[in-house]
Design a protein around this ligand. Sequence first.
Ligand code: MLT
Length: 239
Amino acid sequence: MPLINIILTPAEFEYYNISTNDNIIVVIDIFRATSTIVTALANGAKSVIPVSSIDEARRLKANGFLIAGEKNGIPIDGFDFGNSPLDFINVEKIKNKDIVITTTNGTQAIQVAKNKGQIIIGSFLNLNAVADYILQQNKDLVLLCAGWKNKFNLEDFVFAGSLTHYLYSTKKYELDSDSALLGYLTFDRSRRKLKEFLNMASHKKRLENLNLEADIDFCLTINKYPIVPKLVNDKIILG
Ligand code: MLT
């Protein structure tokens, strides 16, 4: 039976000995990077290219790419977009374009997982599509939470717990770690009052301080976009 692991922060990734390509890694940054990537692709972007640094993104802008991102939640000077998913809805400018993105945690988590498995991008916006895709693949599953600067984040963990709950309930998966077990239990206890539970999350408070309540609501919308973005040759595309 395939196994489920939840990795709480990118810093823990190395301890899980994930060295084969025969697994699926879901990268999760609910507030907001993975929610933004899903939204950009669902709204017609051709690809999203995650990069590690602001300088790299700026170099790519000089080569004609649109660039997006944030540092500590704040938009970056000279970038075409910040990291708000709302910036990408019904925007003609992104249609069929490659968009380079760099963020404080989400794109860093993608870099950590690169070449260690098939990377897919998870968010509440595409929860069921991701879950159904994983079920069809029947492979070991790693749920990698981006967290905040290698610290634990509740919203990423609850999302990982929701996927774990769905898959484990099919009886086709085993839980391979206490973090997966805790994810299952946490979602089981919180699912009927998810928004209330996530009200306590530190990153939610951080975004509220930046007046980004609309982003928070949007990122907690479930199943708005039935898509499964995958990292293929350094670009995130719809598979
Ligand atoms: C990140 O990648 O760190 C985030 O998505 C931060 C944010 O924009 O809220």
